[in-house]
Design a binder for this molecule. Structure first.
Ligand code: BTN
Length: 273
């Protein structure tokens, strides 16, 4: 159940990490309420960009939409990174898409599995969720001060680690691939991919990342979906991503809507969440 690496997760990760920005400094906790909550406190106290909080387990892991995130010890990754991009609050949600791409890249590289992305940022394998992302913004007079990018990846959790009601929705890299995955190698790969994408995004915006996101979400293109969006429920066919990361959905009356946030259900499709 635990890492094959006897030195422990944190020491092994520090040794493998070759990033310039992310993971420095690295705060590691055997257990914490939520890495996002702790990172938010550090950010308010002025912690620098790249500051990363990792815990072996969380007692109050936070999911999107007020849900909780199942966070047992010894098996998964619970990570929060502080970013301070010089962008507006309208642009910052694109970091959700970036993070999903980086997680998918790390899954391909380290576990040789075939992940897909469900807009905006759930990462699935064989239609079951293995990763959730929770980006929380800190603002001051409308200006973006920091983004706490929280990433939870089910790496070596057995199905028994999840409550019964999640058994047909949740998975882990172990469940999907049948092999234990080295958490430190996975985390080093994730932070490396995330840093590369982040630097590219700061320099060139979302456009160069759009095709990469669409490749992981190819199964979604053309599907009929229902989106519980802040502006109400939108039903229509997925056209793709706009250059800024908004989801383009063609409604039944032909009008195209740009969605910036929401929960997607594929109608009669691969995930009935
Ligand atoms: C989701 O609901 O899909 C988002 C889940 C995000 C979970 C991660 S685990 C690390 C970080 N700390 C938290 O409390 N939540 C995020």
């Amino acid at each position: 159940m635990n890492d094959p690496d006897e030195r422990g997760f944190a020491a092994a990760l520090s040794e493998k990490l070759r990033t310039q920005i992310l993971g420095a400094p690295l705060h590691f906790f055997p257990t914490i309420d939520s890495t996002n909550t702790y990172a938010a406190r550090l950010a308010r106290e002025g912690a620098s960009e790249g500051t990363t909080v990792i815990a072996d387990s969380q007692s109050g892991g936070k999911g999107r939409l007020g849900r909780s995130w199942v966070s047992p010890p010894g098996v998964n990754l619970y990570l929060s990174v502080i970013l301070r991009p010089p962008v507006s609050t309208a642009i910052a949600p694109q970091l959700n898409l970036l993070a999903a791409i980086a997680v998918a890249d790390a899954i391909v590289e380290v576990a040789q599995l075939s992940p897909t992305i469900k807009w905006p940022n759930d990462v699935l394998i064989a239609d079951k969720k293995v990763c959730g992302i929770l980006a929380e913004m800190q603002t001051d007079s409308g200006l973006l001060r920091a983004v706490i990018l929280g990433i939870g990846v089910n790496i070596n959790a057995p199905l028994s680690a999840f409550p019964e009601e999640l058994h047909d929705k949740a998975s882990s890299l172990l469940i999907a691939g049948g092999q234990t995955v080295d958490r430190s190698a996975f985390t080093a790969s994730l932070l490396t991919h995330l840093e590369k994408s982040y630097v590219l995004w700061l320099q060139e915006g979302f456009s160069p990342l759009r095709s990469r996101w669409e490749r992981y979400a190819a199964h979604l293109l053309g599907e009929r979906i229902s989106v519980a969006a802040p502006e109400g429920v939108v039903v229509g066919r997925v056209l793709g991503l706009d250059t800024d990361g908004a989801l383009l959905v063609q409604g039944d009356n032909g009008t195209v809507q740009r969605l910036l946030a929401g929960d997607v259900t594929v109608i009669g499709g691969y995930n009935r969440e």
